[in-house]
Design a protein around this ligand. Structure first.
Ligand code: TXA
Ligand code: MG
Length: 320
């Protein structure tokens, strides 16, 4: 990535245009967080309901107080430990923050990404960049520039290509705006890591919430092909019958020959590598013309929490 590209992208953002850029998690669809029309273009491009708030990306921790207030000791500890990186903090918002960004809520989500292109863009732009994942609402988030183009094509004024995203799943979101910190969305920074950092147990927000957290829809991060989450036993019994062409996404190497109608997409049995590959694999399977996608359930160990969350949502299941 050359500096002229970064400067062009920053100038486009200043002019109220949309720029898609890589982060270490997934690609974001960026707009100037201080420009209402630009922010509204994000919602139009993604066909996203206006009450779904956006994450504001910043370059430096010094900018946090420009967007958030009442920044607690817990928030500072997490920011110091995990930024730049795949963690989003939800905090009380500063009064001037556009209601279009926060979905009219009193809180704001902020993160400092660590991808070098995201960092360079934020430094050149010198302001907050509001950016959701660069996909159509409810679709799988893009982890390559090509996937952004397929999702948003002409809707975006520039796409910065930073190759495949390192983490591959969206950031962990933690709400620090209330008394007890709560994880709104699991990510590859785990509950255990957050608990260690804060010196107290941090839990997921499980109950139905009034905050509009991501993926609280039953169907989110979803391919267009009919997708199911199945245990090894369920897959075994389905293989006894004939099915239309089906993709099987699994981290287990099949021990016996498979029927011709079943194509295996092999995943790693290590959560980091599985997370890195998941969305790309879902896209490949989705575009290959299968009638069904089956995803094999993953281990119950907490290091798989974020992956389990996304494959449940890809298959429209909340509590599988
Ligand atoms: O890794 C990521 O977080 C990526 C990259 C681009 O940074 N972004 C991302 O954005 O996943 P998005 O919009 O697809 O998901 C962010 C979610 C939204 O769905 C929204 O519900 C939640 O963050 N969110 C934003 N502001 C919030 C707030 N004030 N309270 C609760 N949830 C909030
Ligand atoms: Mg998204």
């Amino acid at each position: 990535m050359t500096t002229p590209d970064i400067l062009t992208a920053a100038a486009l953002l200043k002019a109220g245009k949309l720029v898609a850029f890589p982060t270490e998690t997934v690609y974001g669809l960026g707009a100037d967080a201080a420009n209402k029309e630009a922010v509204l273009r994000i919602f139009a491009a993604k066909k996203r309901p206006k009450n779904h708030p956006l994450i504001v990306h910043i370059a430096d921790i010094k900018q946090l107080s420009l967007f958030a207030r009442d920044i607690s000791e817990d928030a500072m500890k997490l920011a110091m430990a995990f930024w730049p990186g795949p963690l989003t903090l939800v905090l009380p918002k500063q009064p001037h923050v556009l209601p279009e960004i926060t979905g009219n809520q009193e809180t704001i989500a902020v993160r400092i990404p660590r991808h070098p292109i995201a960092k360079a863009l934020l430094e050149a732009f010198q302001g907050g960049i509001a950016a959701p994942s660069a996909n159509q609402f409810t679709h799988v988030s893009p982890t390559t520039a090509g996937a952004v183009f397929k999702e948003l094509g002409q809707e975006v004024d520039m796409i910065l290509d930073g190759g495949a995203c390192e983490v591959g799943l969206e950031s962990t979101i933690i709400d620090l705006s209330k008394g007890t910190p709560r994880i709104l969305r699991p990510g590859m920074i785990s509950a255990l890591q957050l608990s260690h950092c804060l010196g107290k147990e941090v839990h997921y927000l499980n109950e139905v919430s009034t905050t509009r957290a991501p993926g609280m829809h039953t169907l989110h991060y979803a391919p267009s092909t009919h997708t199911e989450l199945l245990s090894a036993t369920e897959i075994e019994s389905r293989m006894q019958q004939h099915h239309d062409a089906t993709a099987l996404i699994t981290h287990i190497t099949p021990s016996k020959p498979l029927p011709a109608w079943l194509k295996v997409f092999s995943m790693s049995n290590q959560p980091e590598q599985y997370a890195h590959d998941l969305y790309h694999t879902l896209r490949m399977a989705d575009q290959a013309g299968f009638s069904h996608i089956w995803i094999q359930t993953v281990p119950s160990d907490p290091t798989w929490d974020a992956i389990r969350d996304r494959i449940q949502k890809a298959s429209g299941k909340k509590n599988a």
